[in-house]
Design a binder for this molecule. Structure first.
Ligand code: HBI
Length: 358
């Protein structure tokens, strides 16, 4: 059945311009979904802070003060709306122009878009990009779950469960452009760890497990927290030599493909964990704590191992059992579950369901 052509506004995160990296994983999500929907013939415009770049995706740039990031605040933080903040300006634009589109999709992890939803004539869908972080947002999400069922989307079930709202969320997973990743079936001797170098990502556990297993490690990622990195290097002097920097996808996937396995050691509930599917796309199995998004991605004994969270000894034992895993099966799983086409179908079905109810 040919899909109806629809018109969308995608309202991006207010914490930074798209392309700046400040928006983390949600930048990739907005870019990939907009490109996939344009490929399908839909009309998409991304509303985002000024300075946003999105290749050939139409962007409506909005001026205003950037929104403070939610993931560094306490649970009981009051709602913050800076004077002339970009978040308010983005939603003012959406409200004034709502009749131009069939559906508005929110990608901001902020209170305002949820609060405003019932006042719009046009339906607003919310793709929630992190687990529960604040009481204010939890309440706003719960309001939507009760008043407008079907309007909430998330990456994974474990992420959705942090809100304690039963099956109020539709889980959409994530995707990557598989053509950018080549399979490597003959790895070298080292393991990989990929991610922002920041406490919640648990890099020291990967270093400890690699030391116990006596296997070298390669570290890739943004040096987000320098004082934390200094602490790591004092505790594990070899970390300096292991660190290869924050690489663009093309170079990262070349290094990643040469790894025997990727170690994922998240301390928090990782909403998804795109690095896991990047590794699988290169034929690299994933050894991860059984927590958050990676726990829904890894197929134990096939494409990786899941171990008890924070159990470094169990990580080391899993490293000894890498050879039981199948690198071809890793690539096959990426193609089956994490292609842009499969992911685009899931979003299209979600949006059609909302539009059929509106
Ligand atoms: N904080 N206030 C706020 N709003 C966001 O949209 C937001 C954030 N922190 C992090 C973030 N988005 C993204 O990096 C994650 O959603 C992936």
């Amino acid at each position: 059945m040919t899909q109806a052509i629809r018109q969308f506004y995608f309202l991006s995160t207010p914490v930074g311009p798209l392309g700046s990296g400040l928006g983390g994983g949600v930048e990739l999500t907005v870019l990939n979904l907009a490109e996939e929907f344009l490929r399908r013939g839909h009309r998409v415009k991304v509303v985002a802070p000024e300075g946003s770049q999105l290749r050939e995706v139409p962007v409506i740039e909005i001026a205003g003060q950037l929104q403070p990031t939610a993931h560094t605040q306490a649970r009981d933080t009051p709602i913050i709306l800076p004077v002339d903040g970009v978040l308010g300006q983005m939603w003012e634009f959406a409200y004034q122009n709502q009749l131009e589109v069939d559906l508005i999709v929110n990608f901001a992890f902020d209170w305002l878009p949820f609060y405003l939803t019932p006042f719009f004539q046009i339906p607003v869908a919310h793709f929630v990009t992190m687990g529960s972080l604040s009481d204010a947002l939890d309440q706003a999400v719960e309001q939507i779950a009760q008043q407008l069922p079907g309007r909430l989307g998330a990456y994974t079930q474990t992420q959705a469960e942090t809100f304690g709202l039963g099956d109020a969320f539709r889980t959409l997973g994530s995707a990557i452009d598989l053509e950018k990743y080549q399979v490597c079936l003959s790895p070298s001797s080292y393991l990989a760890w990929v991610g922002r170098i920041s406490p919640e990502k648990g890099l020291e556990d990967a270093l400890e497990a690699a030391a116990i297993a006596q296997v070298p490690l390669r570290i890739f990622g943004k040096l987000e927290n320098p004082e934390y990195w200094q602490r790591i290097c004092r505790q594990y002097p070899q970390a300096e030599d292991y660190y290869l920097g924050f690489l663009p996808t093309h170079e990262l996937q070349q290094h990643l493909g040469l790894c025997r396995a990727l170690l994922m050691t998240p301390r928090w509930v990782e909403a998804f964990g795109n690095v896991a599917i990047e590794a699988l796309a290169c034929g690299v199995p994933v050894i991860a704590y059984n927590r958050g998004g990676p726990a829904e991605i890894v197929q134990p004994g096939q494409t990786g191992w899941l171990v008890a969270p924070d159990d470094v000894g169990a990580l080391a034992a899993a490293i000894q059992a890498i050879d039981q895993l199948d690198r071809q099966a890793c690539r096959r799983q990426a193609e089956r579950d994490y292609s842009l086409a499969a992911w685009g179908d899931r979003f299209e079905a979600w949006f059609e369901e909302i539009l059929s109810l509106s």
